[in-house]
Design a protein around this ligand. Sequence first.
Ligand SMILES: Cc1ncc(COP(=O)(O)O)c(C=O)c1O
Length: 439
Amino acid sequence: MPINEKVGMGGPVDLALLPMNSVIGENGDLSIAGVNVLELVEKYGTPLFIYDEDEIRVKLQEAISAFGPNVAYASKAFLCRAMAELVVEEGSRIDVSTGGEMAVAMAGGIDPSKIVFHGNNKSTRELTEAISIGVGTIVVDSFDEIERIKRLASMLLDSSSKLKRVKVLLRVTPGVEAHTHEFVRTGQEDTKFGFSLASGAALKACEIIKESEEMTLSGIHFHIGSQIFLNDGFLAAIEAIGPLVNSVGVKELVIGGGLGVAYVNGEDQLSMKRWADEVKKAVKASGIAGDVEVTAEPGRSIVAHACITVYQVGTIKKLPGIRNYIAVDGGMSDNPRPVLYGSGYEAFLPREANAQRPMKARLVGKHCETGDVLVFEAHLPDDVEVGDFVATPVTGAYGYSMASNYNKVPRPAVVFVSLGQDRLVIRRETTEDLLRLDQ
Ligand SMILES: Cc1ncc(COP(=O)(O)O)c(C=O)c1O
């Protein structure tokens, strides 16, 4: 559906895009979880990421009830110590894909047995760390890695270790092209991830692992991509992988992440439950044994919708016959998704969150690139002016986690709000932080 069809071009931002505990006051200003957004901005400055903490908790519970307690939150979507603590409190597993994510998850108090360790090129150092602390599962991605794990496990594991063998999942490429941007598509044959099903590499890897004394093959994993709205790619992948799951006799099938979320007015998304129900139906239909546990690794669908980013307008340029440019104090350094994938967002003013937005403008950042765009086709109220605060909703995934210091712009602060209280979970970077690594 085209952008804005649901509420009409120039209509207010669709309230369904705002965090779950959003309320618009009588004067039009926005509060999240009982905390006024303009007061937060006054307190912490801009750009500011504001997360509705209780929405994240609800989404983690939805994932657990849809896929069971072994569902893993994909921490690449957003991670800091406070986020890891939420995962611990809600009881899911956590998916990490680098030693850095593993360290932050551990700092949040996660039990290592609840860590699922991913990555197409895990270093010897990262694997040593993972095996030494006893991570629950390593998702094996290449033949080189199998050999590396065997060698490390034979050195690190002895009768006194917590682990006796390294439990692994095998990442398989099912040869399916998901309907999503090519940069976040990962299930096709031409990919750096996993073992090809079609070439027989996946079966060969399973055999090597099953024969090894250092590893236990607990299951098969695939991940076909991210921001996927149609279940057909998942269903095709399950059909393709079913015979392998049965022939190697594993008891776990992990379908990765990928559940799409609505970013703009008029977009629809599948619920976590519907995703799980359809996938489980397909698992049954494909003849996979009934005792195989089906689980997933959602990232975006847990955190994206829970967050808005608030910026301050610094410059407005109206180029007659061309377009209006509204420049804010952040940009591609706090949200690179529009530049990377051409992603769409809405924009609105938290001081009048339900206002009509007849003015068309390009919402841009402060970086030295023409491509530094936050919203290509933003709609805003006519009275937007320099000094105003502008917010973009659904920025909780792959925003802060992909943030950079390009142009030496300090990364924003992140706050969690819940039950009328706010807490700073990541402080704003300072000039000293920008010089921290210089010798
Ligand atoms: C292996 C794996 N699992 C899970 C995810 C999470 O995907 P999403 O955030 O789309 O749910 C990703 C993201 O790229 C991934 O690579």
